[in-house]
Design a protein around this ligand. Sequence first.
Ligand code: TSB
Ligand code: ZN
Length: 639
Amino acid sequence: MIKITFPDGSQKEYDKGITVEDIAGDISSSLKKASVAGFVNDELYDLNRPILEDADVRIVTKKDEKAFEVLNHSAAHLLAQAIKRLYPEAKFGVGPAIREGFYYDIDIDTQLSEDDLPKIEKVMHRISEEQTAIERHECTKEEALELFKDDEYKQELITDLNPSETISYYTQGEFKDLCRGGHIGSTKNIRHFKLLSIAGAYWRGDSDRNQLQRIYGTAWFTKKDLENHLEVLEERKERDHRKLGKELRIFELNNDAGQGLALWLPNGYTVRKALEDYVYKLERKAGYKHVSTPALGTKKLYEISGHWSHYRDNMFPVMERNDETFVLRPMSCPHHMLIYKSDLRSYRDLPIRYAEIVTQHRYEASGALSGLERVRAMTLTDAHLFVRRDQIKEEVLAAYNLIQKAISDLKLEIEYVELALRDKKKGKFHDDDKLWDLAEATLKELLDENDIEYTEMTGEAAFYGPKIDIQVRTAMGHVITMSTVQLDFLLPERFDLTYIGSDGDKHRPVVIHRGLISTWERLMSILLEQYKGAFPTWLAPVQIKLIPVNNEYHAEYAKELNDRFIDEDLRSELDLREEKLGYKIREAQTLKIPYQLVVGDNEVNDNQVTYRKYGEKKQTTVSVDEFIALVKKEIKDKA
Ligand code: TSB
Ligand code: ZN
């Protein structure tokens, strides 16, 4: 007999070799039905794996998060078995459960496309109907190497295993797979699943090794859960900024222009201009001065700043002509240091805040590029603040508050704040420990004093100093850096920046780097997804669309209105194309234009406008002046 202890402390004796499933059944038949696996002394056990000694047992039911993982991991095996039936030459990389499902990396001779997925799913369903038991086996390393001798990937995994580790593999019918477990007992328990997509994935993430085909899928315990999840995925797809950016004619990516080098279309550029005007005003009110500097600089400038020794991997290669050597700037800080240096500065002049909307270039790995979210040419809402030591906290906090205001004006939310610190072991940070300690301690103190919660991230600092990174969650579900405030004692040293103190001596200023609302590229990706493409009126590329019912009778008045709106600084457009009225209305709808004005007899006769707001059914008729006032108020309020 063995003694089983339950989470509530109660105990019971069972025969040696009892399984989690039997224990669940002993407690109640409904628990048996809901059970998926069990934790036996913190090790995940399959339902049918015998327990051989006294143990703490916690039964995992379908409601547990762990159960989803077990199910999805089992679904990955089911996928592999189906692949092996369809493509007997198949070899397999890894096949884990992930956040919302599973994947398996496979190596077969055929290049699969998404059209092949239903065929594979069909075989998976057949195997599920076969109700094959999923069984665990243990073996020695030699035995494992022999069992998987036809699969070079599994061989490599086995070779790398720790000698002290028990090696286990699982079988289901004719299929076997090297695996730690746990699994779901029988293929019959995997019924509600869907294969979603295919992508390329290098073996062990190493671009010098074989590229495998990665098939993604998701599995759920009930049909309803699966359907709900597929709906969420559909909705997410609708929100993907790459899709919306195309439909709304915001930007274009074309490999002939270059990967990660986006082209802004008229609509996108208009939104960007509106944002630019907004940023300029916001910064002027906050005491920033605007400057402009070139995208090209000498290599020497970046040697002085330290970018050349610490940041070169992220830079495009140098350009040489005659005796001159240039680089395409990855950042604007060095230029702003030179502007500071262009004049004599006194303690009374500080803080000096230079802002610039800066186009810069970074050589991001091609695999890391993703729509507008991560690009190689980007325009940053940048600033560098030159401050005295006694002004650091006040200025960092003011910069942080300005960021908060901008984020809230854009109706976005901060997901969390990261404090990015150096990693002493890594060579990519400047090596003056005293300056690092001071900068890191200052930012920590400031966050603590102001009750700003943050997560520390070791090794994520800039080479010149620690950063406060403000993270937002995109509607697609990933978390990215939106804004940043960075404290830098290094560049002032490197550029020998000084000011004359009240004591008449020379002192070093400190630099604060600030990214307000990221780059236009990343911001646009976030906004498109957040707004589902329906920009608020203050940002909409076209705010008003005028559609005459009949060009012959109504165009003249519509044109008058259009001119008037443009004079009032509203972005209005007149649709005089020879198209059907219904077509024009639908198109304005697809383009998510905030105000649609159909101009007919009533409007002409009464000198009025009838508008319909995007997303609303009702039509409202008002005087022209009232309409203008209403739209202007909405723009002013950023509603
Ligand atoms: C804030 N020198 C500082 C500046 O003064 C700087 O460049 N900091 S940064 O490297 O952190 O970049 C600033 C912001 O640019 C990031 O917070 C991020 O929002 C955005 N960004 C960085 N890399 C990319 C990229 N590849 N594509 C789009 N946006 C990016
Ligand atoms: Zn900078």
